[in-house]
Write a protein that binds this ligand. Structure first.
Ligand SMILES: [Zn+2]
Length: 416
């Protein structure tokens, strides 16, 4: 994935940095110079010490194509340059605080991936398509067998966007990411509610802006249908107290329960509560993303499908879990109780999915930008500046009243 280079906001762009400015004795920030970028990084490193003390978490600007995704598992947080480019300084700090709270409180990425994988497997196991779509007399085959019995099924092929090894890779990636989006919405409610009061104000800055964009469409009814993505946003804004959504209130309205439980406690409940929306969503994805293939059951395909399905499924799960039996067991307990009725795949629904569009726009909007080498060097040069405090006597008169002067010495340590 090629990422664009960061360019500081133009002069006309308002820098929204009210809270950041309070750190600078109220000095107004007019532009995002390397010095300001350095200050932002310094504040974030300070907050890191408060949120996850003792953890070695790296907070840096992305400077290559790989360096853009925050990672709970790798303890890395990349400053959201997409937001900075638009002048949203406070919001960027809020976003980073949010990511640090994920590191502190959330499941590992592998756990989420493993749980979502098993959930998707269950959904696909309940869906059946005609072997020959043009012949209604032909046999039905199970989508799970069709999609997941791919010999190329592996963690790497599933989770690297560029991999084209899997026949239905794009469908699988999208379905997995969207189930994860639901779990993430609940986790976001939990960690933002639990966030320390003095840090939460930064998070609110982003929430207020995104909500104002979202709410116009909500009021126009774009999110009324219970599609998975619509539910995610309504869930989020309902439990962040921006709206009162009667349906969310009815089916999953107990915020105290979300906040006072761990992911392992709430995940099975969330998946059970919204399982029909998840199944609908997967069906729609199949209908929209995948060109319905014409299956020809030659000998090779037949052999493939006959090969012990559950075995190959477990192998993929184990690969996703990195062989960690705790992750596998947790994923199994997350989805173990969930049951779906078997059904033939329906035509894509005509529900209005404002959530899917909104999410795409948001992702586009907050896409990371790489900091180019010259700017990176300029930002890092401020790390080399040290201020030493010292006292000095100005005379050798040891008598009373001998003057002692405080000095601050600024040292630029080029070797640092
Ligand atoms: Zn989050």
């Amino acid at each position: 994935m090629k990422i664009e280079e960061f360019s500081p906001p133009d002069e006309g762009v308002e820098i929204k940095a009210e809270m950041m400015e309070s750190w600078l004795n109220g000095r107004t920030i007019y532009s995002l110079s390397p010095k300001v970028m350095y200050d932002i990084q310094t504040i974030l490193r300070h907050y890191k010490d408060i949120i996850v003390p003792g953890e070695n978490v790296k907070i840096d600007y992305p400077n290559d194509d790989n360096g853009a995704r925050c990672s709970v598992d790798n303890k890395k947080v990349y400053i959201s340059t997409g937001h900075l480019e638009k002048g949203y300084v406070d919001e960027t700090i809020g976003h980073m605080i949010h990511e640090l709270n994920h590191i502190k409180m959330s499941d590992s990425e592998r756990q989420t991936w493993a749980t979502c994988y098993l959930m998707l497997e269950k959904v696909l196991d309940s869906l059946f398509v005609l072997e020959d779509p043009d012949d209604s007399e032909s046999d039905y085959i199970c989508l799970r067998e069709l999609v997941m019995c791919d010999p190329a099924m592996s963690f790497d092929n599933l989770y690297s966007e560029d991999s084209e090894e899997l026949k239905y890779g794009n469908f699988l990636r999208k379905a997995l990411a969207d189930i994860a989006f639901l779990l993430n919405a609940v986790e976001d409610i939990r960690i933002d509610t639990l966030c320390a009061y003095n840090l939460k104000k930064y998070i609110n800055a982003g929430d207020v802006r995104v909500f104002s964009e979202w709410n116009k469409r909500y009021e126009e009814g774009e999110f009324n249908d219970n599609t998975l993505m619509n539910i995610c946003y309504r869930l989020l804004f309902h439990h962040k107290d921006f709206i009162h959504d009667p349906w969310i209130y009815k089916v999953y309205g107990d915020k105290g329960k979300i906040v006072n439980s761990t992911p392992s406690q709430y995940t099975p409940i969330v998946l059970e509560t919204f399982k029909d929306a998840i199944k609908d969503h997967v069906e729609n994805l199949w209908g929209n993303v995948v060109e319905i293939p014409r299956f020809s059951f030659g000998s090779t395909a037949g052999d493939m499908y006959l090969g012990g399905m559950s075995e190959s499924g477990n192998a993929t799960l184990s690969d996703i879990a990195g062989g960690d039996s705790n992750i596998i067991e947790r994923a199994q307990s997350d989805v173990g109780e969930i049951r779906f009725a078997e059904s033939a795949l329906r035509d894509p629904s005509q529900k209005k999915d404002g959530g899917a569009e909104f999410r795409m726009a948001q992702e586009q909007h907050s896409k990371p930008r790489i900091i180019g080498s010259p700017m990176m060097a300029a930002i890092h040069s401020f790390h080399k500046i040290q201020v030493y405090e010292t006292k000095e006597k100005l005379s050798d008169n040891w008598g009373e009243g001998s003057p002692e002067v405080d000095y601050s010495v600024v040292v630029y340590d080029a070797l640092k």
